[in-house]
Design a protein around this ligand. Structure first.
Ligand SMILES: [Zn+2]
Length: 334
């Protein structure tokens, strides 16, 4: 298989746009766009999880801005079948997919392990679509600790002048030995045990999206993989059952650039997360921590937009979107 090369006008124009959306009282969704500035071209669009409340798609305007209503999504990653990461997937499949949309879900996800009826319906719909060959579904997970994580995208952008820039997307968790232990030995399995987590390298920048991964899987990640992260979507809404990530990252933390963490919490909602002691830990490895909820009052939803220039490794000031007046940034400047 040849490595795909994508022509761009100038590598200087390459950007990564990340939107992180959180709802009250629960719900997380992330949109990632590989973008060529000036030309305004979307080279890749990736949706990680989805949640909609009262059938309102809070990403609708964003999808429209990037022409995703016409161009459709390239990759959809469903990290795990808990309601706060799943409600409304059917609507996304109906409106924003094409034949070449690549759908990635955990390899051990079966209907039996899904608890909520709503999630079962989303799953059934997905399988129905798979049967009608509307797109391909890939089941992902890392088979052992030593196993190289699965790489789903490995592409190079070139402008004919500067060195080509690599973009790749890897699935880091779950580890099947952990899933086996929880299901067959300990019998204490939850959907979080199969949660996918994702690593994106783009040029020299590194982005981590933790899904709802918990310490059992996080402990298995090769520490080297977490070297020099510029962006962390904090796993499991800032729960202390996922906080081993901080010490693993801390081992290799190199702070020459801004390091951002972002958390979709439900302070007044579903789980009383994030845990403030966990956020304090992230302050040691982040320049700023962005929350989609509000620490003082209930907000319907909150969204943050992050824009990175890939070649010069610059990040713009993150922008609060959606319900902006009540979306807060609790910045933790060191
Ligand atoms: Zn969750």
């Amino acid at each position: 298989m040849t490595t795909p090369y994508i022509s761009v006008d100038s590598n200087k124009n390459l950007q990564l746009h990340i939107y992180v959306l959180g709802h009250y009282p629960m719900g997380e969704s992330i949109l990632i766009i590989v973008y060529e500035r000036i030309k305004k071209k979307v080279h890749k669009s990736i949706l990680i999880d989805y949640y909609e409340k009262n059938n309102i798609n809070r990403f609708k305007a964003v999808f429209h801005k990037y022409n995703i209503d016409k161009q459709k999504l390239d990759i959809i990653i469903w990290t795990h079948p808990d309601l706060d990461h799943s409600a409304g997937l059917k609507n996304i499949i109906q409106k924003y997919t094409k034949e070449s949309t690549y759908f990635i879900l955990p390899d051990s996800l079966t209907r039996d392990i899904i608890k909520s009826d709503r999630c079962k319906r989303e799953f059934d719909y997905l399988l129905k679509y798979e049967k009608s060959h509307r797109f391909s579904i890939e089941r992902a997970g890392s088979s052992t600790r030593q196993c190289r994580p699965v790489i789903y995208e490995d592409i190079y952008f070139h402008d004919g002048i500067t060195d080509p820039i690599n973009f790749n997307l890897e699935i880091l968790t779950p580890f099947s030995n952990h899933v086996f232990r929880k299901t067959q030995v300990l019998n204490t399995y939850t959907a979080n045990d199969i949660s996918l987590s994702i690593l994106i390298h783009f040029g020299k920048l590194n982005f981590y999206f933790g899904g709802d991964s918990e310490n059992g899987n996080i402990n298995e990640i090769n520490d080297e993989k977490l070297r020099g992260l510029d962006f962390i979507k904090i796993p499991h809404h800032g729960s202390d059952s996922s906080d081993n990530l901080v010490s693993k990252i801390g081992k290799y933390f190199l702070p020459p650039r801004y390091a951002f963490s972002v958390c979709t919490g439900f302070t007044f909602g579903h789980t009383n997360l994030p845990d403030s002691s966990v956020l304090s830990k992230y302050q040691t490895i982040s320049d700023y921590i962005y929350l989609t909820d509000n620490s003082t009052h209930i907000n319907e939803y909150g969204m943050w937009k992050f824009v990175y220039n890939i070649l010069d490794q610059q990040v713009y000031k993150p922008e609060p979107l959606g319900d902006t007046d009540i979306t807060t940034c609790r910045a933790a400047e060191k």
